[in-house]
Design a protein around this ligand. Structure first.
Ligand code: FNR
Length: 186
């Protein structure tokens, strides 16, 4: 029987009505039972500054501990100026240090970008993947998830109202579960 895995979800938007946050909640419901998704908040993390490592801010310590206890990481992010929003890049930088203690190392991951635009956040998705190569995160390659036209995907309550997108995301989460099963650190 497949093991249950805890998945830390990092959402690259702080906006209350964020499409990406709505997507993260939808994904938690669409995921197979073996995956427990939980959003790890990143909005209160002080900007990374190596001078403040000792002692590190409490927010950094708590974030690192939450990430360390997760079996996998799922990034759900908008694209800002064709790249990764600063708030998400900051969380990645905080989690990657101190040198040798990265919370990401060897942790299976996946990237979903969500945008109201037609390109579906492709630029952010791939800039993020560049960092994840360096961080030694085994990132699921297929299927890729560039979710465009986000303004038409949700109702007022944040439910996904597009059947094709729901079918795709369901398959995506099943593939991610298999990816984690294969690549999880023992
Ligand atoms: C954007 N937006 C945007 N969209 C896109 O597809 N490509 C881009 O490069 C950008 N750049 C960008 C920069 C900045 C600073 C902002 C605030 C916004 C639009 C963005 O996709 C839109 O605001 C989304 O709604 C953001 O995601 P959330 O907050 O809904 O999850």
């Amino acid at each position: 029987m497949a093991k249950t895995h805890n998945v830390a979800v990092l959402v690259g938007s702080l906006r209350k009505a964020s499409f990406n946050r709505k997507m993260a909640h939808v994904l938690a419901k669409l995921a197979p039972e073996t995956l427990k998704l939980e959003i790890v908040e990143i909005g209160a993390l002080p900007l990374y500054n190596e001078d403040t490592e000792a002692p590190a801010p409490t927010e950094w310590k708590e974030f690192r501990a939450s990430m360390k206890s997760a079996d996998a990481v799922l990034f759900v992010t908008p694209e800002y100026n064709r790249s990764v929003p600063g708030v998400l890049k900051n969380a990645i930088d905080v989690g990657s240090r101190p040198y040798g203690s990265s919370v990401f190392s060897g942790k299976p991951g996946a990237v979903i970008s969500v945008s109201p635009g037609v390109i579906g956040g492709f630029g952010a998705n791939h800039h993020l993947r560049q960092s994840l190569v360096f961080l030694d995160v085994p990132v699921m390659q297929q299927p890729e998830a560039y979710i465009g036209n986000a303004g038409a995907l949700f109702d007022e309550q944040g439910n996904l109202i597009d059947d094709r997108t729901r079918d795709f995301l369901k398959k995506y989460m099943h593939r991610f579960a298999a990816w984690i099963e294969t690549n999880a650190k023992s």
